[in-house]
Design a protein around this ligand. Structure first.
Ligand code: NAD
Length: 296
């Protein structure tokens, strides 16, 4: 297929490379022209705007930082909807708020373009390996049409229901993960302070009722597990600032829905402080440094 791809950053670049490997032809656009030129060397056609990128392609995929970027890339004077032919399927894989996803999809539908939201989990590693999970919101027929394209970049393609529900799944899951990571950080640092060997404590937790992904697969305490960010100075992994972004999206969505998320709001504040303390670029498990200052 001929695919228009907009947003060629940490995630977009490897996603494009995997689409090329699957035999698709790509037309690419990014406001940072150098990022597009890198892909030109791989055989991609360059576009001079989002509208131009959407012109003459069979599907458009976007991978942008946040809600205002998505709104502008689709709806502005030089946006996707100005260039895409009626009937062109649109896939937004950015993580944004569900209301923006629904608004933009409504505008797209009014111009005859079916749209799905398809945020991902799996991070840069998953994007490079082509093993991302896509959480897809949209009509069943639009999901089925998007699925074979998404399979060129990911392993698990899950239909979450109507438009916006991919974002709902993504941000609610990440809220639970943040809360769980903070809980694990508190338990691990307290046990250590009270005199327990963190490795012994983690082994007990991991066969007891405190067990969770943050304790048994991604433990934040340095030295407990090998090959996790905690054992390499919290480098790589999923950035604390990206977690903060998702927590801000989820708490805003909860406010709109008048649904209390007491621990989610607290987690957002803890990650805000963590970011202000200068740790935003570190992996999100570095939030444990809020409890073990001497190791920061
Ligand atoms: N990086 C991760 O580990 C990860 C994991 C899961 C989800 N996500 C989500 O994926 C999305 C992309 O993340 P990323 O890490 O690739 O971000 P990034 O900042 O590296 O890439 C975004 C790209 O969009 C481009 N862009 C911004 N405005 C534009 C515009 N108006 N027109 C064209 N291009 C524009 C930027 O120049 C940049 O190259 C985000 O929503 C993020 O939350 C990221």
């Amino acid at each position: 297929m001929k695919i228009g791809f907009i947003g060629l950053g940490h995630m977009g670049n490897p996603m494009c490379r995997n689409l090329l490997k699957h035999g698709h032809k790509l037309k690419v656009y990014d406001v940072v022209a150098d990022l597009a030129r890198k892909l030109e060397k791989e055989g991609c056609e360059l576009a001079s705007s989002a509208a131009e990128c959407a012109r003459g392609v069979e599907v458009v995929i976007t991978m942008l930082p946040s809600s205002p970027h998505v709104r502008s890339v689709y709806l502005s004077e030089y946006g996707v909807l100005k260039g895409a032919k009626s009937g062109t399927p649109l896939i937004d894989s950015s993580t944004i708020d569900p209301l923006t996803a629904r608004d933009v999809a409504m505008e797209a539908k009014a111009r005859g373009c079916p749209m799905v939201d398809a945020p991902v989990s799996g991070g840069v590693g998953g994007a490079e390996a082509g093993t991302l999970t896509f959480m897809v919101g949209g009509d069943a027929a639009d999901y089925e049409a998007a699925k074979p394209i998404l399979q060129g970049m990911g392993k698990n393609i899950v239909h979450c229901g109507g438009i916006g529900n991919g974002q709902v799944a993504k941000i609610c899951n990440n809220m639970m993960l943040a809360i769980e990571m903070i809980a694990t950080s508190e338990g691990m640092t307290l046990a250590s302070k009270l005199g327990m060997d963190p490795k012994v404590f983690a082994a007990i937790v991991n066969t007891s009722s405190g067990r969770c992904w943050s304790s048994d697969t991604y433990n934040p305490f340095p030295g407990v597990l090998e090959n996790v960010p905690a054992s390499r100075g919290y480098s790589g992994g999923f950035g604390a600032d990206l977690m903060l972004k998702d927590l801000t999206l989820v708490t805003d969505a909860a406010k709109n829905a008048k649904q209390p998320v007491v621990l989610g709001a607290l987690a957002q504040q803890i990650y805000q402080k963590h970011s202000n303390d200068g740790h935003g670029a570190k992996d999100f498990s570095s939030v444990i440094l809020q409890y073990m200052k001497e190791k920061a």
